[in-house]
Write a protein that binds this ligand. Structure first.
Ligand SMILES: NC(=O)c1ccc[n+]([C@@H]2O[C@H](COP(=O)([O-])OP(=O)(O)OC[C@H]3O[C@@H](n4cnc5c(N)ncnc54)[C@H](O)[C@@H]3O)[C@@H](O)[C@H]2O)c1
Length: 277
């Protein structure tokens, strides 16, 4: 893959999975406005008018042949935001997130494309909030099958770079919302404009190799630091603190409020003893 200077739009086409989802729609508009030629894909139709230069092709991530069929030979990057976005049955998580993401990486290998992956803070959700900052070098502590599937995808990226030279940038997204609404978001919020900045940086990074970046804004109360943001060129501009006066106290159980992953940690939690032991 040719080396590119930060800030140059890449000439090749870009495949966006999960395009019809909440974040996919934000990215479709933002990346098209930045001049990228997008192939949007999802299980379900794209609900908005197609942005300029974009096409839509439906494909199920669990079907490797269907995915390959809608991906042009000259694709330069695959932005992989499709799949299950929360804790669900093991079957669903496995088919969409484990097999689906493996199909995306195999496709990237066939096309020699870069992968930009929507990872999650739920890869490390079981760190207590008293333990911070957490860095990308700290061990995984997934808070469910969903978080485990995200950790799998990061390791897949590591293996595909080491074994095949396929570049991937893993965005450990916190809470990507129009505005922060509860106190946890003071640490975890990612604004929509910063999401677009993050993905543009990942598309334009000169030599990302395998990289992991916290997908959060420049929140004053962030819990996470120590990542590859500088190497990738991500410079967030928003801060959840701006909304601190208007957001509500976090709801949820004591377990949810104890751990960084919040309610994903308390869901199905059965541990009887001291969680910090
Ligand atoms: N929203 C956040 O704050 C947040 C935080 C951390 C990580 N993420 C990750 O970002 C990505 C996008 O999140 P979102 O909130 O937009 O989720 P979303 O559920 O709105 O979008 C996901 C899209 O994937 C599609 N999809 C599901 N299974 C599929 C399959 N088998 N084949 C093809 N398409 C399939 C769905 O139709 C949906 O449109 C997800 O991977 C999610 O895990 C989001």
């Amino acid at each position: 893959m040719a080396m590119l200077t930060q800030g140059e739009p890449r000439a090749e086409r870009v495949l966006l999975t999960g395009a019809s989802g909440t974040l996919g729609r934000v990215l479709a508009a933002g990346l098209a406005a930045a001049g990228y030629r997008l192939i949007l894909s999802d299980l379900v139709p794209f609900p908005d008018p197609l942005p300029e230069g974009a096409t839509f092709a439906a494909a199920d991530l669990t079907d490797a042949d269907a995915l390959a069929a809608i991906c042009p030979e000259d694709v330069g990057s695959i932005i992989h935001f499709g799949g299950i976005n929360t804790e669900k049955s093991l079957d669903l998580i496995y088919s969409a997130n484990i097999y689906g993401t493996t199909h995306v990486f195999e496709l990237a290998k066939a096309r020699r494309a870069r992968v930009i992956y929507a990872s999650s803070n739920h890869t490390i959700g079981f760190y207590p909030r008293t333990q911070q900052p957490v860095s990308i070098d700290d061990p995984y502590r997934p808070d469910g099958y969903y978080g485990l599937s995200k950790a799998y995808a990061e390791l897949l990226g590591r293996m595909f770079f080491d074994k095949h030279g396929i570049e991937s940038i893993h965005l450990r997204i916190g809470s990507c919302l129009p505005e922060p609404t509860e106190t946890r978001h003071l640490a975890t919020w990612l604004s929509y404009p910063d999401l677009i900045r993050l993905v543009l940086a990942a598309l334009q990074a000169g030599d990302p190799r395998f990289a992991v970046v916290w997908g959060i804004s420049r929140n004053a109360r962030r819990w996470w630091s120590g990542d590859d943001a500088a190497r990738v060129g991500y410079e967030p501009q928003d801060d959840a603190e701006t909304y601190a006066h208007s957001i509500r106290e976090e709801s949820g159980s004591a377990v949810a409020r104890h751990f960084q992953g919040g309610s994903m940690c308390s869901r199905g939690y059965t541990r009887p003893d001291d969680p910090d032991r």
